[in-house]
Design a protein around this ligand. Structure first.
Ligand code: ADP
Length: 548
């Protein structure tokens, strides 16, 4: 564009120069013609001797007749018929051209005009002038023009670029503010730049979409976090450098929550060995281990995760499960053992009964009956145990305390009458009914009262049961005048299958499960049980149950 402008400008100027030159030469030609016409008798030589104008007279055939700058040498000059200005003058009446003079070797402007002399012969009068100066002026002008445009161009480019840059920077900064703060930009800020507004709208759409994505990712992350943190097993993900990139805080006594490297975080060599082996072989490992220091069993599992060479480590404490399995084994063993003794007795006495003398028969039957009761007790305890294990939930209801009392006494009817026991229930503070689990309380009281009668050497076993409210609790006190329990056995008697030396009692029907059942039930009722006792004087069991 600018080049065209420079070119056009130069052309205009050059044609202006040419026109001025043409007009000057035209005037000169006219002057010469007039002078020549007015002085027909004078020789051109004389007439224009002192004129600075170069002029040439050429005949119709192109022969130079006179040249003011080449006087007396005209016959040696080339034929001028083919000179543009001469040709134009002959054909059109006048001609003008700028070119290098073959005669003088300089740039010249030529003007030629046709005229007839008095003999009616056609001649061409040509005036010419040195044009070198004008041409060099035009050249300098063009160079200045080009330079001017170059500098202008560069300056505009420089300033515009900077302006655009600054403007862009400001707008991008505004967008950045919005993106960071979520603040809405006024669309007036872009009133002159529709494309920027469009871009801004796209950005906003995109940002909205991103925010939604971030929100749903955040929900997923929180859900995953909640799941990971709420499980009771340790979960950790390590990268190939052995740093934890994700872990929960479970089993913090095994894995320090504040250490980054698994080698520093995991405290026990038994676990570290498994992880090292798995890392070395890039393999899945799942191993059960026993940690001597904590006296616990764990399952340690490691698994390479394909994504970014990561390793998943899980550690689960299985001590309780192990104990349950152990207990079940022991339990089955004990069941067999406990059932075997009375059954062998029953079998032996039944065989002996056939040949037994009459006077011993009733004695034998009594023993058989005694063993049958024992079998019943054992089976009932076992059934209670499994019932308690499998149905830990509570069945809460309002029921009168008299119902509870009647149910317990009825279930112990034979024992009470056999031992001639005295059972007294006292409901204090006008308490007549309670809101609790009837069945569980029934088993608790039955077991405790039965023990109070059985482990008792008094002629009249006396059992006193007090039930009352203490603030938000129901309180039960079972007091007997039995043989008592040695202090060092207070904790042990609540263990499963634990029985104090069998010799100290006539109760051969016990299984050692009664008090453990009581304790489990009390805990299920959200309460606790305590014991005070003095040997040969009696025992007191106290139960405190939180009201539901
Ligand atoms: P068992 O089936 O032997 O009665 P329990 O778990 O009910 O089992 O009792 C554990 C042991 O605690 C009993 O063997 C007995 O020696 C002792 N014991 C329980 N209750 C009393 C009590 N009221 N007086 C004295 N000893 C008791």
């Amino acid at each position: 564009m600018e080049l065209i402008f420079v070119f056009a400008n130069s052309e205009i100027l050059s044609s202006l120069y040419k026109n001025i030159e043409k007009q000057n030469l035209q005037k000169d030609a006219l002057l010469i013609k007039t002078l020549a016409e007015k002085n027909p008798n004078e020789k051109y030589t004389n007439l224009f001797e002192n004129s600075k104008i170069r002029f040439t007279l050429i005949d119709e055939l192109g022969n130079v007749i006179y040249d003011s700058k080449n006087r007396n040498n005209e016959q040696n000059m080339d034929n001028h018929k083919n000179r543009k200005e001469v040709r134009d003058a002959i054909i059109l009446g006048e001609g003008f051209s700028i070119r290098k003079s073959k005669t003088l070797g300089l740039d010249y402007a030529y003007y030629a005009t046709r005229f007839k002399n008095i003999d009616d012969k056609i001649f061409v009068l040509r005036t010419s002038k040195d044009y070198t100066k004008q041409l060099s002026q035009l050249k300098i002008f063009s160079i200045i023009l080009i330079l001017f445009f170059l500098i202008l161009n560069y300056s505009i480019h420089f300033f515009y670029k900077n302006y655009i840059k600054r403007d862009f920077y400001n707008k991008i900064n505004k967008m950045k503010t919005f993106l960071i703060d979520g603040e809405n930009l006024n669309s007036r800020n872009f009133k002159d730049e529709a494309w920027l507004l469009e871009f801004w709208n796209i950005l906003k759409e995109w940002q909205k979409y991103n925010l939604e994505n971030i929100k749903s990712l955040d929900i997923e992350r929180k859900t995953l976090n909640t799941v990971i943190t709420s499980v009771d097993l340790f979960i950790g993900l390590i990268d190939k450098e052995g740093n934890f990139i994700l872990k929960n805080n479970s089993l913090d006594y095994i894995v320090s929550p504040d250490k980054l490297k698994y080698l520093e975080a995991i405290k026990y060599i038994e676990i570290l060995d498994i992880i090292k082996e798995s890392l070395k072989n890039n393999s899945n490992i799942s191993k059960e281990i026993y940690i001597y220091a904590t006296k616990e069993y764990f399952i340690v599992s490691t698994k390479p995760v394909k994504y970014k060479n990561r390793f998943l480590i899980t550690i689960k404490n299985i001590t309780e499960t192990k104990k349950t399995i152990e207990f079940q084994k022991k339990f089955i063993n004990n069941v067999g053992h406990e059932l075997k003794t009375p059954l062998t007795n029953i079998k032996g006495y039944l065989i002996a009964l056939e040949d037994a003398p009459k006077n011993l028969k009733s004695e034998f039957l009594k023993t058989v009956n005694h063993n049958v009761i024992k079998l019943e007790n054992i089976i009932s305890d076992f059934l209670n145990i499994s019932k308690i294990e499998y149905y830990p939930s509570l069945k809460l209801e309002y029921f009168p305390l008299s119902k509870l009392k009647n149910s317990v006494i009825q279930s112990l009817e034979i024992t009470i009458s056999n031992k001639n026991a005295k059972i007294s229930f006292i409901f204090e503070n006008n308490l007549t009914s309670i809101y609790s689990d009837f069945e569980k309380l029934n088993i608790i009281l039955k077991n405790l009262i039965e023990n109070s009668i059985l482990y008792n050497k008094s002629s009249i076993p006396n059992v006193k049961i007090i039930i009352k409210e203490i603030r938000d609790n129901y309180f039960f006190k079972i007091e007997d005048n039995g043989i008592g329990i040695p202090k060092n056995k207070f904790n042990k008697i609540f263990d499963r299958f634990y029985r104090i030396d069998k010799a100290r009692t006539t109760n051969l029907g016990g299984t050692g499960l009664g008090l453990s059942i009581v304790k489990t039930l009390v805990e299920q009722l959200n309460g606790n049980i305590s014991l005070t006792s003095e040997e040969n004087k009696g025992s007191i069991f106290k139960i405190m149950i939180k009201k539901q």
